[in-house]
Design a protein around this ligand. Structure first.
Ligand code: IMP
Length: 209
């Protein structure tokens, strides 16, 4: 019979499959109670693999597997973005790439304008609902993955509001809230975010006793 019991993390070292210092620090804080060491992929001389997946889960798994196979250690990767329902889930896995200018810089004010223009093209009654999604995956060197997907549902407002957060935060109003993610205090956003949801699921599945 197929064994569907989740695999628990039992080592003392978890490689973070990212080069983003902010993300590495945040993950080390969130999982510090369960893991002793969090080397990052860069300390093994690894570059990021190309994100060729069409879903958040596929990209998180391919990044985690890439690092686990090359280091011989379990590795954790994430992939996140904004899915707009009326746009069939776009920008989705391309959320960061939508903000890339031809000179390589990222401009989210411009990306939000693009998004708004696409929604307005659908007419005044377009469905403005959207979700932030975060997939987290731990891969082991034998190829096994444990993967979770967290989300927070809401809708997009225009014009953008607030100077906190990053990316598409100023446009995103979570269900039941009056402040956008760009207006909310960071701690308040972190309690309800897609990332928090994903970490809660991952801890329950792989870490908590
Ligand atoms: P990645 O997961 O680091 O590839 O980032 C994906 C992209 O999704 C980011 O560059 C942002 O554009 C967007 N994104 C992911 N999470 C958030 C969030 O919490 N707020 C705003 N934008 C986000």
């Amino acid at each position: 019979m197929l064994d569907t019991t989740p695999r628990r993390f039992s080592g003392d070292t978890l490689v973070i499959a990212s080069h983003n210092k902010g993300k590495i620090r945040e993950i080390a804080d969130l999982l510090g109670a369960y893991v002793e060491r969090f080397p990052d992929a860069g300390s093994f001389g690894l570059e990021d693999p190309e994100e060729t997946g069409t879903t958040f889960v596929a990209n998180a798994e391919l990044k985690a597997r890439f690092v686990a196979e090359r280091t011989g250690l379990p590795a954790l990767a994430d992939d996140s973005g904004l899915a707009v329902h009326a746009l069939d889930g776009r920008p989705g896995v391309l959320s960061a790439r939508w903000a890339e200018r031809p000179d390589g810089t990222r401009d989210f004010a411009w990306a939000m304008e693009r998004l708004e223009a696409e929604l307005e093209a659908l007419g005044p009654s377009a469905d403005r609902s959207a979700s932030f999604v975060c997939a987290l995956s731990i891969a082991w060197p034998d190829g096994h993955c444990e993967t979770v997907e967290g989300r927070v549902d809401g809708r997009l407002v225009w014009p953008p509001r607030g100077g906190n957060g990053f990316g598409y935060d100023p446009m995103f109003l979570a269900d039941g809230r009056t402040e956008t993610f760009g207006e909310m205090a960071p701690q308040a956003k972190h309690e309800i975010s897609h990332r928090a949801d994903a970490f809660r699921q991952l801890v329950a599945r792989c870490f908590s006793p």
